[in-house]
Design a binder for this molecule. Structure first.
Ligand code: PEP
Ligand code: MG
Length: 869
């Protein structure tokens, strides 16, 4: 192709961005680049050049967003938002910078044709496998190449590629990118300014002045550095500034270049000199732990020394060694499983998630008036986007490391820098870095490693366990769980019950003050944790554990038989499950059916929503494992306490009252449709009943039911599909008679019904003891539900935690519930409990108990009437 013709072609349209050749030499097709990473387009679409000269120039105007420390590669962002990667040679990172001289700095604004990197062709050519160099559009998902040159090209002269926004959305991209690029862009005019200041404020250049200094130059066209003791740091990098180790009384020089240099230097100086009231205490304002021995909450009953009170989340008693789970290391694999571009995106997403979490924390803290706490977490947000950290992580990602590994290494490198800083206060900032390291790793989906060596009897302690923490536990070694926070119906509690591990929640911060390795007795049923117990206490606990194991064994012997009250009222005892392993445990424990399959937990670790076939396969495997028993499968109940990473819904101020359960279909009908298609296809058809969560009225039910019928018809099903409704919001209980007209059955979710009736967050540790489903208000709603269902001859089950509470069982049976769906390991005990009851007595006494005025009164009366062994 003639050069004149190429130029004309590539310059014709205004929505096209023309990139000039960055090197002189013959053009090589990307597919012919002798490195599969480039050849397969993993870094994006582009072209290569076999360079004849050692000069890499800018192919267009742009901002240098990344310059490899080894000087072999550079990324430019154009004002249109295109990210152009320029990579000299193959495997040249291995040269460690030998032969390369960068002629620009990161953050510089360059013009087309400006020299970016000089390289010595001989040095590089002899040490690297190839000199062929790539120009690739790193965000090829947004920009596409519409024209490419061929033949020989000249650096800074020949148009090489024409690029445009995919789908022609050039306008929006241009505007968005231009806004972003401008803020970081230093001035074209080289103005210099500097000022020397002595840091008089306590703590010197610590995290908050650093964050404020960074903020103060936002929007100014200047590049500002702070120099101290032979070192210097970009003002954009809070960790860089901290690494200067400029403590109280230190003298620093602030140096600015660019059009607004003078203003920027003044702004930074102002922030570094500013004394802010209340800023002296830099330690994160985490709640102070009372000394062990102080009860986490006043329980009304004086506690013995060395004893903490908590709320029972899973019954039982255990002895073990306390292991602080929060302190466990998260160790991501070093090698990336995806391409550098994919890992980079994972990191971006994780950073955005953590940023959002921190934003909420800052907002909550500010609303509570906890200014210090809000300030600390605001700094954490700044650290998250610190260029020193993010760039170092990206460098490692470009070397084939996983996003998690890269982030961890980047943080560790900064922690190592801070470790050499003599100022104690600054060195302590390492704790903040560790904090954001963990948060980001968690957001990347890393849980504490299952392989962590635990003592043979371990009592794990944490502020709160996440479902992923619990799914990776070495069950054989964990005898109990203790959480400083959490609620009895949180998912961690539910999982603990499913695992049959005694668990305490809401123990309070005193839990954190018990040293790792202390022997403890956890009597979860009694809501107590005893640390450093006497030998006698340990002996007693072991005996009680043995006795309970004996009772469990006796119950298991009859658990495969159906349960009925002494006077012959049949009560189905089913299992709540979330996985195929749970299904096997359910069978093993004699469950009559599955009363609730929480499907969201099956899909919680994924990166994208499952399709219909994936849904079908998961449910089919579970139904097959159930050997003919029925399974009530609940449609996705995500939102509020059940976070699923791939649902990037806008943050809600009050998620418990937001788009959760069946309401999610209002904004994402596709998610529900895919799941329904999967459910409808499971064989044999009669084995699956569909359960809808968070229904508020009959209109909602009728709409979804119609959708189910339409989809079933489309899939060729003509038989009736059983559809039930969760009763978990007060409106559903109040309208149970209307719902029962259209539903085949009702299943009461007492966890949420309690939360919404009492207006007590089910995950709020401080309310854990009060958020009791035996509250008369909740019981009255349960009665309304059974009465409403009876009008239409429909049955009612309970699948919330109350069904598995032996104190509640007689009341539920008395109120007319005929199915109790409980954690698999609780099935034998609940069947045994049902067999001790007399239905007629339950009926009579239940209505008496509804007249009581508190949950405690109901509990006490129930224990009195129906004592337990
Ligand atoms: C409930 O709310 O009682 C229930 C069973 O659902 P989940 O605990 O999954 O919200
Ligand atoms: Mg619920």
């Amino acid at each position: 192709m003639e050069r004149a013709e190429e130029s004309r072609l590539m310059n014709q349209s205004p929505d096209k961005l023309v990139l000039l050749a960055p090197l002189t030499g013959p053009v090589v097709a990307l597919a012919d680049v002798p490195d599969p990473v480039f050849a397969e387009g993993m870094f994006g679409d582009g072209l290569a050049i076999d360079p004849l000269e050692g000069r890499l120039v800018a192919p267009c105007d742009g901002l240098v967003t990344h310059l490899a420390r080894t000087g072999h590669a550079v990324t430019l962002q154009t004002p249109e938002g295109a990210e152009i990667l320029l990579h000299i040679g193959i495997d040249t990172v291995e040269l460690g910078g030998a032969g390369f001289t960068a002629k620009v700095t990161q953050g510089a604004h360059v013009r087309a044709g400006d020299l970016l990197i000089e390289f010595d062709q001989d040095t590089v050519g002899t040490k690297a496998p190839s000199l062929v160099s790539v120009i690739a559009i790193a965000n090829s998902d947004v920009f596409e190449i519409v024209e490419r040159a061929s033949g020989r090209v000249t650096a800074g002269v020949t148009p090489l590629l024409a690029v445009r926004v995919k789908g022609g959305a050039a306008q929006t991209q241009t505007q968005a990118a231009a806004g972003g690029a401008q803020a970081a862009q230093p001035a074209d005019v080289e103005v210099q300014a500097s000022r020397i200041v002595t840091l008089m404020q306590s703590g010197g250049l610590h995290a908050r002045p650093a964050a404020r200094a960074r903020e103060s130059v936002r929007g100014l066209q200047a590049h500002v550095e702070v120099h101290h003791d032979g070192r210097h740091a970009n003002v954009q990098s809070v960790v860089g500034l901290l690494g200067l180790g400029a403590g109280e009384g230190a003298t620093v020089e602030i140096v600015g270049t660019g059009r607004d240099a003078a203003r920027a230097v003044e702004a930074v100086a102002r922030e570094l000199l500013r004394e802010v009231h209340g800023e002296l205490e830099e330690t994160p304002a985490r709640v102070k732990s009372p000394a062990p021995g102080q009860a986490a909450r006043p329980s009304g009953m004086p506690l013995d020394p060395n004893t903490l009170a908590g709320v029972c989340a899973a019954p039982g008693i255990a002895v073990g060694t306390l292991v602080r789970w929060d302190d466990a290391e998260l160790v991501p694999p070093e090698r990336a499983s995806g391409t550098p571009a994919a890992e980079s995106r994972l990191l971006d997403r994780a950073l955005a998630t953590v940023d959002q979490e921190l934003n909420t924390t800052v907002r909550d803290a500010s609303q509570r008036g906890a200014v210090g706490e809000a300030g600390i977490f605001a700094v954490h947000r700044v650290l998250l986007e610190d260029p020193t950290l993010v760039d170092a992580a990206r460098d490692l990602i470009s070397l084939g490391k996983s996003a998690g590994f890269a982030w961890r290494e980047a943080i560790r490198a900064q922690i190592a820098v801070l470790a050499h800083v003599e100022d104690m206060l600054l060195a302590e900032r390492a704790a903040d870095l560790r904090d954001i390291e963990k948060r980001v790793l968690r957001a990347l989906g890393y849980a504490n490693p299952a392989a962590r060596t635990l003592p043979s009897e371990a009592v794990l302690a944490a502020n709160e366990f996440t479902p992923s923490d619990l799914s990776s536990l070495d069950r054989a070694r964990v005898t109990a769980l203790a959480m400083a926070g959490g609620g009895a119906t949180s998912h961690a509690a539910i999982i603990a019950r499913q695992l049959g591990i005694p668990a305490l929640v809401a123990v309070g911060d005193a839990l954190h003050a018990i040293p790792d390795g202390t022997q403890v007795v956890v009597d979860a049923s009694a809501g107590r944790l005893e640390y450093a117990p006497t030998e006698l206490d340990v002996e007693r606990a072991r005996l009680e554990r043995q006795r309970l194991a004996g009772v469990r064994e006796t119950n298991r012997r009859t658990s495969r038989q159906a349960a009925a009250t002494r006077d012959g009222r049949a009560i189905e005892v089913a299992a709540n499950i979330a996985t195929i392993d749970d299904a096997r445990t359910a069978l093993d424990n004699g469950a009559d059916a599955v009363g609730l399959l929480r499907t969201e937990l099956l899909f919680i670790h994924r990166e994208s929503a499952p399709n219909a076939e994936e849904h079908r396969q998961s449910y089919q495997a579970i139904v097959d494992a159930l050997e003919g028993r029925t399974a009530i499968i609940r449609t996705l109940d995500v939102g509020a306490d059940k976070e699923v990473p791939y649902l990037t819904l806008p943050p809600e101020t009050n998620p418990a009252l937001g788009l959760r359960g069946i309401r999610l279909a209002q904004v994402r009908p596709d998610l529900l449709d895919e799941q329904l298609r999967g459910l409808i296809a499971v064989q044999p058809h009669g084995c699956v009943r569909i359960l809808l969560p968070m229904v508020t009225d009959a209109g909602e039910l009728v709409r979804v039911r119609k959708r189910i019928d339409d989809l079933a018809r489309g899939l060729g099903r003509t038989d009736a599909i059983e559809v039930g409704v969760m009763i978990e919001v007060p409106s559903a209980a109040l309208l149970a008679d209307q719902l029962a007209r259209h539903a085949d059955f009702l299943s009461i979710g007492t966890n949420d019904l309690t939360q919404y009736t009492l207006a007590m967050d089910r995950c709020q540790a401080d309310l854990a003891a009060q958020a009791d489903g035996l509250h008369p208000a909740v019981l009255r709603l349960i009665e309304l539900t059974t009465q409403g269902a009876a009008k239409h001859g429909k049955w009612v089950g309970v699948c919330g935690a109350l069904a598995g509470d032996p104190v509640a069982v007689p009341l539920l049976v008395g109120l007319g519930v005929t199915e109790l769906s409980v954690d698999p390991v609780a099935v034998p005990g609940i069947k045994a409990r049902v067999r001790t009851l007399d239905y007629q007595l339950c009926r009579q006494r239940a209505s008496d108990l509804l007249a009581l005025d508190s949950a405690q009164a109901v509990r006490a009366a129930s224990r009195e009437i129906w004592p337990m062994d």
